[in-house]
Ligand binder design. Structure first.
Ligand SMILES: [Zn+2]
Length: 63
C-alpha cells in the first residue's frame, strides 16, 4: 500500500508500509528540515522516499 505524506516544510514523500516480524523502532525524520515525520514504535515498518522537495527552504537565522 502506497500513499503520499507531506511534511510541514513542503517536502513530499511516498510512504510504503511493510509488515515485518522485526520490531522497527527508529523514527523517520525529514531529510530536508529534520522534523520527525513518523515514529513507528509498532511492529510496522514504513519506507519513505522523497519524491518532491519544497519549493523554498526555510532560511536559518544568521549570526
Ligand atoms: Zn520537512
Amino acid at each position: 500500500m502506497k500513499e503520499t505524506v507531506r511534511c510541514q516544510c513542503g517536502a513530499v514523500y511516498e510512504r510504503e508500509e511493510h509488515l515485518t516480524v522485526v520490531r522497527w523502532r527508529d523514527p523517520f525524520n525529514c531529510v530536508v528540515c529534520g522534523r520527525e515525520i513518523e515514529d513507528w514504535s509498532r511492529s510496522r515498518r514504513a519506507i519513505f522516499r522523497l519524491i518532491r522537495r519544497p519549493v523554498s527552504l526555510p532560511v536559518p537565522p544568521q549570526g
